[in-house]
Design a protein around this ligand. Sequence first.
Ligand SMILES: Cc1ncc(COP(=O)(O)O)c(C=O)c1O
Ligand SMILES: N[C@@H](CCOP(=O)(O)O)C(=O)O
Length: 405
Amino acid sequence: MYHLKCIECGAEYSKDEVIYTCRKCDGLLDVIYDYSSIKIDMEKLKTECPSVWKYAKLLPIEREPVTIREGGTPLYKCNRLAEKIGIKELYVKHEGMNPTGSFKDRGMTVGVTKALELGMNTVACASTGNTSAALAIYGAKAGIPVIVLLPAGKVALGKVAQALMHGAKVLSIRGNFDDALALVRTLCSQEKIYLLNSINPYRLEGQKTIGFEIADQLGFKVPDRVVLPVGNAGNITAIWKGFREFKKLGITDLLPKMTGIQAAGSCPIVNAIKSGAPEITPEEKPETVATAIRIGNPVNAKKALAAIRESGGTAESVTDEEILAAQKDLARLEGIGVEPASAASVAGLKKLVDMGVISRDETVVCITTGHLLKDPQTVIDVCEKPTVVDANIEAIRKAIFGKAE
Ligand SMILES: Cc1ncc(COP(=O)(O)O)c(C=O)c1O
Ligand SMILES: N[C@@H](CCOP(=O)(O)O)C(=O)O
């Protein structure tokens, strides 16, 4: 059994309501379970392969899920990257290996299923790209219409291609992501359209399974620290909830330090953590090459600040140059292809180790949130150009060895 509860005033709402924020104080909502009634079969948990629906007892869904087999993403031990950064034990949880190429699939399998459960037959979101790609695909699987609002000219090519091919109604807004989110919230409040951005607490329930999987893949042990990129700030909140729930149920006995990384041109959470402010000051004109996290007014800021503070973690910003260097390191040292926003986690880890904030002895998991092929244009822009050669062996030898013989 579960219900919704406001994180600010504690008001409670039934699971049958279509509601995104508290009617009394507009606070964010959390899904609260009756944990005493949840019985976990540890033997089954230890033997079954990780996937979102492996943890169905901790998900707020009663019907058959809309699924294309999300989750179960690899947790790579990255020794070469660890050596370069200068820490003992580093893992990368590559969420780009989800079916649509990002962690959003975990949220959408739950969110779109919940839409059907609530009798909502049209879904919508604002997006910097990945949310719209995932919603388009899960909406197609469910057979319902999808509307997506994107900031014009600021969404990576692969993500727009996914939304278009899978049949979403794509609206390109003359404005940024924060403008698009405000508009889609208004639209969903006026029409019978289900909002599937991360302000929807059910979507975050799917994403908390990243925390479950990390513990599961480490033999039900918890790393000292989890480092991840932060944009609208839903994922850091969701993963923290996942770790807390496993501890509450006695599946694990520790909690990791949650560490959020933002781009320097778009870092309201970092500013609040550094200044000790209780709330963020929105960034009016967010800018970064990592378009997925080009977000100035994260809707989940309150939950994210609490996650970072309660866990004893921190937040740091990185420049676009640091992000692009980390993207190359992941690709060339570990064979892990990620989009720029994802590489912010590794760039941030490097910066925090260099600053002495993260100890070299910590066991760290960096989360890479989206696949390299989401944003091919940035790759083309930052990599060496292909060498054009004539179609004969002399020309090829010359291009490789500098001489024909
Ligand atoms: C690839 C990628 N990484 C990171 C993020 C940030 O996640 P969140 O908005 O949950 O903080 C997003 C989207 O926001 C994303 O698409
Ligand atoms: N990067 C996100 C931004 C929207 O975040 P959401 O988690 O609130 O949907 C995207 O891919 O659109």
